[in-house]
Write a protein that binds this ligand. Structure first.
Ligand SMILES: Cc1cc2nc3c(=O)[nH]c(=O)nc-3n(C[C@H](O)[C@H](O)[C@H](O)COP(=O)(O)O)c2cc1C
Length: 334
């Protein structure tokens, strides 16, 4: 049997399959079922900055009106109050989950500004989490805010959270940075132990009949794997951080690609919501079979084997392959 063990944020994991932040962690029983289905670790659904501060005018306004027409960032989880409970109940639930299972449980904090709310990082540590995932989900709409100012603020946020906890910190990032490598380096310099690539942004749609903005939360497909895959492949071995790949992991092939690019773990939500937690067992079986057929002994052995540093043609991950890819469609012109 191939050795599926891996490490992530200093945690020893039995395989590279992790359940990412989602409603799957809202009930202790579901987390137990995930554990029975051999998931290696669970990231809790997020505790949101807005939930903690709860004083944003926009949020109050939005809650009163119950529409989706306010800042796009609030549309991430429009039913936030229903999606999550309050901060205290979140901590209690985290504690209960931790008591109920043997697998590592990673707490999740979701916000963008530094401020009182980040004390909850410490509270999450006290509640027994094995690590903390910090999700910077931001949709900046201010015309006067520069990229550099925003980037500095995000780095400061990581520093501030780092100062509050001893826990390993993973940073869940958006793909929308002008210089991803530089930001990755700065975040790790500020104290992040791992990078979770990438946050999936839920794009609102327009209802043409009702003339309303509708929040659009669609599940992913394997196609979305490629963006994080490329960036993990480029960053692997160049900065001192672990990598988790999230977005588009649905099959054993997706897991294999992620590991070969350099991921320590792969994270899943969509496929587990669509197919049930039993999907994990299928992916694990397929993973083992594939590794046996291809004579790989361990996950460790294949990790980073197709990263940019390892492959014969590093330009394949860069612009140099762009023209070639475009030209490959010439034959379809009729
Ligand atoms: C219904 C739902 C709820 C989610 N809740 C959270 C959350 O609370 N915090 C967070 O960081 N990500 C959250 N996510 C994002 C997932 O953790 C994951 O990163 C994303 O769905 C991409 O992975 P996938 O392609 O496997 O779905 C949520 C996703 C879905 C579909």
């Amino acid at each position: 049997m191939p050795d599926l063990t891996t490490t992530y944020l200093g945690l020893q994991l039995k395989n590279p399959l992790v359940a990412s932040a989602s409603p799957l962690s809202k009930k202790v029983d579901t987390v137990r079922r995930l554990e029975n289905a051999e998931v290696a670790a669970v990231v809790m659904y997020s505790l949101f900055e807005e939930q903690i501060t709860h004083e944003s005018q926009e949020l109050d306004h939005y809650l009163e009106r119950g529409t989706y027409s306010f800042a796009e960032s609030l549309n991430y989880f429009p039913d936030m109050d229903r999606y999550n409970v309050g901060p205290e109940l979140y901590l209690e639930h985290l504690h209960n989950v931790k008591q109920a299972v043997d697998i590592p449980v990673i707490g999740s904090l979701n916000g963008v500004s530094t401020g009182g709310w980040i004390e909850y990082a410490q509270r999450i540590e006290e509640a027994g989490a094995d690590a903390l995932e910090l999700n910077i989900y931001d949709v900046p709409t201010d015309l006067d805010m520069t990229g550099a100012e925003l980037e500095d603020a995000y780095v400061q946020l990581v520093r501030d959270v780092r100062a509050r906890v001893k826990l390993p910190i993973a940073l869940k990032l958006s793909p929308f940075f002008t210089s991803m490598p530089n930001m990755a380096k700065r975040f790790v310099g500020a104290g992040a132990n791992g990078l979770v690539l990438f946050n999936r942004f839920y794009q609102p749609d327009l209802d043409l009949e009702e003339l309303e903005v509708i929040p659009n939360l669609e599940l992913s497909t394997s196609h979305e794997l490629r963006l994080p895959l490329r960036w993990i492949a480029i960053l692997y071995g160049r900065i001192e951080a672990d990598f988790a790949l999230t977005s588009g992991v649905h099959t054993a092939q997706d897991v294999l690609k992620a590991v070969m690019a350099g991921a320590n773990v792969t994270m899943m939500t969509s496929t587990l919501l669509a197919n049930g937690v039993g999907r994990l067992m299928h992916i694990l079986t397929d993973l083992q079979e594939w590794m046996q057929e291809h004579e790989y002994e361990s996950i460790q052995q294949m990790r980073g084997s197709m990263s940019q540093r390892a492959i014969a043609d590093p330009a394949a991950f860069e612009r140099a392959n762009y023209m070639k890819a475009l030209n490959s469609f010439d034959q379809y012109v009729r």
